[in-house]
Design a protein around this ligand. Sequence first.
Ligand code: NAP
Length: 246
Amino acid sequence: MNEKKCALITGGSRGIGRAICLRLAEEGYTIVFNYRSGEEAAAETVELCKKLGAEALAVQADVSRAEDCDRLIRSAVEFAGTPDVLVNNAGITRDGIAMRMKDEDFDAVIDTNLKGTFYMMRGVARLMLKKKQGRIINMSSIVGVRGNAGQLNYSASKAGIIGMTKSMAKELASRHINVNAIAPGFVDTDMTGELSESQAEAILAQVPLREMARPEDIAGVVAFLAGKDSRYITGQVICVDGGMGI
Ligand code: NAP
C-alpha cells in the first residue's frame, strides 16, 4: 500500500482537471483521476504526473453513472488507499436559452455535474469517515452564484453543487472532513474555447482583472484547500473569477 497521500480527481485528462493533477503531483500526492472518452489525453496527464515524480493512474469512468463512480473509487483505493483529497471537477455544458432547451440537454448537465458530484462524495465520504480526515473540493462556477442567460441547466447544476457542499460540510465537520467549493470565472480551456471571439470579448468586458484565468490559477486554490493552511475552512465557496462576482 502507498504511504503517500492520495488525491482522486474527476475529469483529469485535460483543462482545469489536468492542471489540478499536475499541481497535486508536484505537492507529492499519488494521483488517481478519471476521464470519459479522452484516452490519449488521459495517458498524457499520467506521463506528465510521472515526470513530476508522482505515481498516477487514469481510469475510464463516466461520473453520470453511479456504478462507474463506485468502480473509480474502488480502483483508487486499490492503487493508493483511501483518498485523502477528492476533487469533483468533471463537468460539461449544453448551452441554449431555456425556452428552447431540450430535456436531454438539461438532464445531461445535471447528471454529470450535479449527480456525478453527489455519487463521488457519497462513496468517498464513507471511506474518509473511517479515517476521520479528508478534504473534498467541488468545482462550481461563478455562473452557479450569479446565473447566466443561456446556461439555465449549467447554472442549476453549479448552484446545486454549492448547496451540496454546504450540507456535506455540516454532515462531515465533526469527523474533520472539510468540504469546500471553488467558483471559477472564465478559464482558458477547451470548454471556453467553444465560444466565438465576440462572445469571449463580451465576457472579458465583465472581468475587472481583464484577463481569463489560467487552469493553474484554479489548481493553486485546490492545493490550498487540500493543504494544512485551510484546516479551519469548511462549507465555503471561493470565487476565483478575476472579480467577476463583485
Ligand atoms: P474541459 O476542458 O471541457 O474538461 C472537462 C473534463 O471533464 C475532461 O477531463 C472530461 O473528460 C471530463 N468529463 C466530462 N464529462 C465527464 C463525465 N461524464 N465523466 C467523466 N469525466 C467527464 O473543462 P474545464 O474547462 O477544464 O472545466 C473543468 C470544471 O471547471 C468543470 O466542472 C467546469 O464546469 C468548471 N468550470 C470551468 C470554467 C471555464 O471557464 N473553463 C469556469 C467555471 C467552472 P474527457 O476528456 O474524456 O471528455
